[in-house]
Every structure is written in structure tokens, then in C-alpha cells.
Design a protein around this ligand. Sequence first.
Ligand code: 6PG
Length: 242
Amino acid sequence: MERKRNYIYPDLDTLAAAFACEFANQVREQLEEKNHMHIALSGGSTALPLFRQLVEQTTADDWSNVSLYWVDERCVPSDHPDSNYGMAKETLLEPLGLAQERIHRIMGEVDPSLEANRYGGELLKYLPNENGFPVFDWIWLGMGADGHTASIFPQQIELWTAGSPCVVSHHPDTSQPRITLTGGVINGAKRVSFFASGKEKAPVIKEIFGKEGRYMEYPAFYVNPGSGDLEWYLDQDAANLL
Ligand code: 6PG
């Protein structure tokens, strides 16, 4: 696969269906080759149709060589409506009946600093490491209209270069504490898939792709896997200023 690829679809549903098809092909191929895959999921509304399509297009067997982790988590209990794990559990994990032992959630209910350290240690334990960071096979990212990704916001962009795999951040409007992967992990991944949908994201997408305006203020701009592949899945609305 070329290092950087962009895919534009008419709408989020067709984007989600296409990605789920690509995912199904990839995991079946890796399963045949007996390659275990460590994959990190994001939350947010864009992830929802992706998860639904994955339930449509895959079976539990397809995931039998996949371990799941999270890119970030809101510091709330897993049954809280804000929980990324809770949303994935309801729309992906339970419908597919995925085995608990290969699911590594971030515990949003415990002390954020302690959990950031614990989760970082869990990643270093279960994943291959390079330069002191865990190496994911595949990381799925969303992007906010403010250019944030994972839970690294423009107001705290210094967290992108933190020396540890996971840090505590805070939502700029609600101050909600979050635990998030840092740039060292994201850019160390073998493959990063970015998903963006909706007109409200078009201006930031234009600035990032064109390296214009305030692009350097956006954490999403810094996603650039050193030796991995980066692909953007956009719907027409998000891409309409390109
Ligand atoms: C989160 C996500 C976050 C999300 C973006 C996009 O915890 O909210 O991990 O990075 O992917 O904010 O969110 P939407 O898909 O809802 O626009």
C-alpha cells in the first residue's frame, strides 16, 4: 500500500461500508498468515456507523487473532453514555461476541493519572516496542472540527510529544478528564486510518491537506506514521473544500 492514501465517499454510510470491507479482507488475510493484530479504536459519532458495518460484514472468527485497545477514553465509568468502551461494547463487541481476554479497555472509572500509567504499561507489555513506545498494527482515528484527534486538543498540543505512551488530557469546553495515546504511539503504528465526516470538518481538512492557515495548531496535522501507512477516509462533505 502507498504510504499515504485518501478515499472520498459520497456519505458516511458508504464510507463505513467500504472501510468494513477493507478491514474484513485485511483481518482474514492476517488470520491466514497467523499474524496477530493489535488494533486501537477511537470513539465519537463517526465510529458508530463503522462499528455497525463491521458487525454486518465480519464474524467473531474474523477477529480471533485481533486484540483490541483504545486510542482514548473519557474518565467516566464504562456504563456512562460518554464511555468510548461502553459505546464499542454495545455496538461492536457484544453483537460480535468478541472474547473478553483480547479486549483491553482503558478504565475510565479510576484515577486518571494512575490509569494513564497503568494503560501505558499494559501496552508496553502486550505490544512490540520501538523507541520506548508500543507499536500498533492499526490505529483508527477520528478528528474533531477543531482539529483534535485522539483526546489531544489544540489547547494542549504539547501532549502530542509527551515521552509516555498515555497521558491525561482535558476537554477544553467541559474540562472532562480523558486518557489518550500520544504522538509517539500514533506515529509509531504500522497503519493509521483517519475517518472524517461532515461539513464542519471541511475547513480544517483543507488547512491540513494544504498546509495552510492554522494547520500547525491542529494535533491531527501531526499524524504522520514514520514508517507506517496513513489513509484518510472522508465523506464528500468533509472533503468538499479540497
Ligand atoms: C473521542 C474520540 C475523538 C473523536 C473525534 C471525532 O473520544 O471523542 O476518540 O478523537 O474521534 O472527536 O468525533 P466525532 O466522530 O464524534 O466527530
